[in-house]
Design a protein around this ligand. Structure first.
Ligand code: GDP
Length: 459
């Protein structure tokens, strides 16, 4: 535990409040608080609330209550002090500054909870997934799917780590026999394993964009000529009159965003300005924004009035959107206004037979909305979400995986260049560390235990 940093952070909501609570946790928590308070709290019993003054450069800054929790009986399992101060932002900042000066580090997001998990205080898979993922309106199935993901994730990481630990112990064993030039860790097997692990790690890293979209709402841009029925569609999906529906072409000048949960997945619909050539400066800006939104969207609903648009016009519009939004975007084409008296089903179906992902709808009469919803679910790989396959949703996990991928690459380069066992061991440890950051700490003891459990080397 000696190299564990002591961390501090504001634990109440940022901003002005009646009081604010700053949490300090780690092996030096009591000692550090002693330095900023006018009395020693390190000598106080656990679970006591102590009146004190915070001193900054010998000056009294604020009158506070410092609650002491001694390890292991605290939220994090470490020595913890919770300083309840008056809720001015200035005071909060000054106290945090004083703590940093006295030797604490600023806590990373979720770090208190992570420590609680690492110290066996709670199940991280629940804590993190719940905190990170479940939007308040999230459906029950959503919650279940997310819960599954997290469980699967830990298991996947642990399996990779265990296999790498095995290699690490072999490589470290070579260090003990350095004089004799033996090779316990078969390099070809190591390379094979590295490729395997990289495959899994990279897939997890990739899944983050989906995970992130799930958390923030999968962005879907609704694009089409003025009067195609974009606002009407949004209203139909939302079941409320939110966007302005009008018969004057070009009314939706800016973008309107709204959230709707389909099958437990949150979508963010973005109604954009109608696409057309215009000299109106404001409208031009709106159209530019529409393309920007399309670029960052996961899916695009390209909408047209089926009664007034030819197949050639649609093809041109589709090509334009693809060019602006980037290749590989999932475009769902919506032939709107099938309720119109001019609509001739057989004829139109023939006319647009070549168009992929085309759905005939009536936004006004809410016809074929189920097909549209199904198509939307396909765009986010809903199958993957509901099958319980691992999706990384947490930024910290994503960062750890990215670092693990980098160090894996270093091991690979090292192995290819026949670097010495000690250098290899360092890189393997780095990877283990980053993987361990996700599920739990790893230390040298794990390696030693592994060596001694597998080998009788007569020591
Ligand atoms: P936007 O400019 O693309 O947002 O189009 P709006 O949603 O404002 O719709 C333009 C006009 O088309 C309005 O008068 C709507 O009532 C009408 N409209 C939209 N969808 C349909 C539809 O499915 N059928 C019919 N008949 N009219 C529609």
């Amino acid at each position: 535990m000696s190299n564990v940093e002591t961390i501090c952070a504001l634990s109440t909501a940022p901003g002005i409040g009646g009081i604010a609570v700053i949490r300090v946790s780690g092996p030096q928590a009591l000692e550090i608080c002693d330095k900023i308070l006018n009395k020693k709290i390190s000598t106080k019993d656990s679970h006591t609330a102590n009146h004190a003054w915070v001193l900054v450069e010998q000056e009294k800054l604020d009158e506070v209550v410092a609650t002491v929790f001694k390890s292991p009986k605290s939220f994090t399992g470490e020595d913890t002090v919770e300083i309840a101060c008056h809720g001015s932002v200035f005071i909060q900042q000054k106290i945090i500054e004083a703590l940093l000066y006295a030797g604490a580090q600023l806590a990373k997001p979720g770090e208190f909870t992570m420590r609680a998990y690492l110290n066996g205080k709670m199940d991280l898979s629940q804590a993190e997934a719940v905190a990170d993922l479940i939007a308040s309106e999230g459906a029950a199935e959503h919650k279940q799917a997310l819960h599954q993901m997290r469980g699967g994730f830990s298991k996947e990481i642990n399996t990779l780590r265990d296999r790498l630990i095995h290699f690490a112990s072999m490589v470290e064993l070579e260090l003990d026999f350095a004089e004799e030039d033996v090779e316990f860790a078969n390099r070809a097997q190591l390379v094979k394993l590295l490729h395997e692990i990289m495959g899994v790690v990279n897939a997890l890293i990739e899944s983050f964009s989906l995970g992130n979209a799930l958390k923030n709402g999968v962005p879907v841009a609704i694009i089409g000529a003025p009067n195609a029925g974009k606002s009407t569609l949004l209203n139909a999906l939302l079941n409320e009159e939110r966007a302005i529906v009008s018969e004057i072409a070009g009314t939706t000048r800016d973008t309107i965003e709204d959230y709707i949960t389909l099958g437990g997945i949150k979508f963010k619909f973005i109604d954009t300005a109608g696409l057309r050539t215009t000299n109106d400066a404001i409208e031009k800006l709106g159209i530019e924004r529409a393309y920007d939104k399309a670029k960052s969207a996961s899916a695009i609903l390209l909408m047209f009035d089926v009664n007034t648009t030819s197949a050639a016009e649609l093809a041109a519009m589709r090509a334009d959107v693809m060019e602006q939004a980037g290749q590989g975007k999932h475009i769902i084409v919506l032939a709107n206004k099938v309720d119109h008296p001019d609509f001739d089903k057989a004829n139109f179906e023939k006319q647009f037979a070549d168009v992929k992902h085309l759905i005939f709808i009536s936004a006004k009469n809410k016809l074929h909305m189920a097909e549209l919803k199904e198509e939307l679910m396909n765009t986010v790989n809903a199958g993957r979400v509901n099958s319980g396959q691992t999706i990384v949703t947490n930024l910290r996990h994503h960062e750890a995986l990215t670092k693990a991928a980098q160090s894996l690459n270093e091991i690979l380069i090292g192995t290819e260049n026949n670097v010495s066992a000690d250098l290899l061991a360092v890189d393997i440890r780095k990877t283990l560390y980053h993987l361990g950051e996700i599920t739990g700490q790893i230390n040298a003891d794990d390696l030693l235990n592994n060596i001694f459990s597998k080998f009788c080397i007569g020591k």
